[in-house]
Design a binder for this molecule. Structure first.
Ligand code: SF4
Ligand code: SF4
Length: 181
């Protein structure tokens, strides 16, 4: 596992309900050496979270989240149209961040490997995948499957302090109803 160095972008971009920290505001506990709460009762999600760049030491330094303005997170798999697809969440607050040369190169690389990138910016979601590889799959099908799958981990996500207390498992029908046709 590589070191974060001076990056602290995940401590800014993500909400941490257990700390009542909203999204896109640097956590009040972030400091020059990382986290003032390290070893002192920070929420489990903070200790257990690693971004894609941190987990993949073969990735180039220029893809470090604070350099591209995007935090990429491995988010399990979804099964759609009989295919099991790996999902990466891309969190950013600048809608232009994903259009930089480095970000586009990273995006092209993971999509070419058959993965799905769910690019989140505020309330906007863009689902990027290789349509030539998966011609029978629609972006909406991926979103419904992802919402359903993620909600099945509600208890674990609540234990980690990563979601609000009212977060709950969805039925397939409830997940479908959340995604416009
Ligand atoms: S975004 Fe990744 S590299 Fe940056 S602080 Fe978070 S885990 Fe570390
Ligand atoms: S508690 Fe520490 S690790 Fe968690 S968001 Fe705040 S600064 Fe980051």
């Amino acid at each position: 596992m590589r070191a974060c160095g001076t990056c602290s972008l995940c401590c800014k971009l993500f909400p941490v309900p257990a700390l009542k920290k909203p999204a896109d505001v640097l956590c009040e506990h972030a400091n020059a050496s990382g986290c003032a709460l390290h070893g002192q009762g920070r929420p489990p999600v903070c200790g257990e979270y690693d971004c894609y760049w941190r987990e993949h030491e073969d990735m180039a330094e220029e893809f470090r989240p604070d350099r591209i303005g995007i935090v990429v997170t491995e988010a399990g798999t979804v099964t759609v149209g009989g295919k099991e697809l790996g999902v990466l969440l891309w969190n950013q607050t600048d809608p232009e961040a994903r259009r930089s040369r480095d970000a586009q190169s990273l995006l092209d690389g993971v999509v070419a490997k058959g993965m799905v990138a769910m690019v989140l910016c505020g309330q906007d979601l863009e689902i990027v995948f290789d349509r030539a590889q998966y011609p029978a799959i629609a972006a909406r099908d991926i979103e419904v499957a992802f919402r359903y799958e993620q909600s099945q981990d509600a208890d674990e996500l609540k234990r980690l302090g990563a979601v609000p207390d009212d977060y709950r498992s969805l039925t397939w029908g409830e997940a479908e109803a959340l995604v416009p046709r």
